[in-house]
Design a protein around this ligand. Sequence first.
Ligand SMILES: C[S@@+](CC[C@H](N)C(=O)[O-])C[C@H]1O[C@@H](n2cnc3c(N)ncnc32)[C@H](O)[C@@H]1O
Length: 272
Amino acid sequence: MEKSNKLTPEQFEKFRALVKERLGIHLSAAKKEMVQSKVSRLMRENNIVCFDEYFNVVQCDKGKVWSSFVDHITIHKTNFFREDNHFNFIREKIGDIIANNPGISDTRQIKVWSSACSTGDEAYTLAMVLKEYIPPEIDIKILATDVSSLVIQEAQNAEYVLDSEDAINPYFLSKYFKKIGNIYKIPDEIKNLVTFRTFNLMNPFPFKNRFDIIFCRNVMIYFDNPTQEELIKKFYHILTPGGLLFIGHSESLTQKQYKFKYVQPTIYTRSE
Ligand SMILES: C[S@@+](CC[C@H](N)C(=O)[O-])C[C@H]1O[C@@H](n2cnc3c(N)ncnc32)[C@H](O)[C@@H]1O
């Protein structure tokens, strides 16, 4: 087979279709160079010299080759307290959140899902904020999932090098992070509130119980409209009445809020 270090338009199309079908991610034509450079690196790691061969391996693989492809093709940007008005909302409205959703007091438990959690910053931020502001008799249970097993491992590791976009106020920093050299470790009291799992949002939701709060931030931007609509419907059915859905600041449910009720920009509730 002829070897080339450039993806042909047909080869790019095959990768694009695979990523769309399996992950829901729409890769625009402008992503061709990015795909080419990531795939070239993965090919070297797997001692594969041509794009077609690598594509066939990725397409059939259910193990390491596929998961490593997913790890590299997905974008994992995240931070602690990212889009912090969501966390301010939880702090300010914690009384209403509990009052609007009687199941929380009845079960003495709040169930939260960080549904594209990347390296865990969002889930741990939620854990810290809820620990700080929810009445202590209510148990906090956070499920945090992502399609990339690499970021799930990092999240479980719970050690971070912070950057200027981690907008952690000094109170939270000193109370909920343990600094060792330049590494900030999440203490067990926070770690134990979060369970991490690999999960693809394109799959049927396997959960037995509904969630009181769902965070789905900065992943729907990668999906096309029909994919977003399907996902929003699935979120609606797995959210408890009175529960809240938070989406990313550059995302919107306008035109497709299914039966969600608008609370404020990027925050929605299930009202029935
Ligand atoms: C940009 S990060 C957002 C992280 C976090 N929610 C935030 O807002 O900071 C997007 C995450 O979505 C994940 N992702 C992409 N497609 C996914 C899918 N089909 N199912 C689950 N997670 C997915 C990526 O692996 C990545 O970690």
